[in-house]
Design a binder for this molecule. Sequence first.
Ligand code: GTP
Ligand code: MG
Length: 216
Amino acid sequence: MPLLEPEKIITPEPTLELLATLYTLEQLGSHVGGLPQIALAGRSNVGKSSLINALARRKKLAKVSSEPGKTRSVNLFKVMPDGFVLTDLPGYGYARRGQSERQNWAALIQRYLEKTQDLKAIALLIDCRIPVQESDRQMAYFARARSLPVVAVLTKADKCSRNERYAQQSEWSRILNGQRPVAVSSVTRMGIPELWERLRSAAGLHTGQKPAVDAC
Ligand code: GTP
Ligand code: MG
């Protein structure tokens, strides 16, 4: 007789650990990879770093600010015990920084997305309150052109009504050929367990078991 019934076997809750912080193209070029990576991409202020903290159940693992443009480096977080990497990128589409700084960031993001051999998917974060933006479409097209799967994530779900979320999800699933974004909130943790499943699956590590994170 097995000690545990199959449905009672619980995948350990993943933990995140900062692996590297890369500020320049040279640092990016010299970083040694080896683990599958999923990049969190999205406009400034969409909630990428907050989502890293929610996934990690930590408040200050990634730097968060109400001012757009907080993340200025490429930050690699190792997910354990799964053994893949979540990458927190600087946001795009932020106009108030100086032009040269914006160009540096754009170059950093572009180089990371184009040259990272271990990149398995892009988690595209979209604010549930903001209508579809051209820059987000471009990111989705970029991923498609590179045959990279997109994990679409509707952020700040606590700020939107069910109807607003539904409308955004429907519109994005048209853009993404049927893939419906998972609605998440880093405040209430809504959608976080489902997102873990999608991330694991995109990293090629799908276990078929629900992680032991709380229900939404
Ligand atoms: P950049 O680093 O500038 O690209 O921004 P980011 O995408 O990393 O956003 P960040 O996580 O720094 O969050 C931006 C703001 O949105 C902060 O004030 C967060 O507290 C807020 N925020 C993030 N996620 C949520 C959420 O799920 N719900 C609510 N209500 N606020 C959120
Ligand atoms: Mg950030």
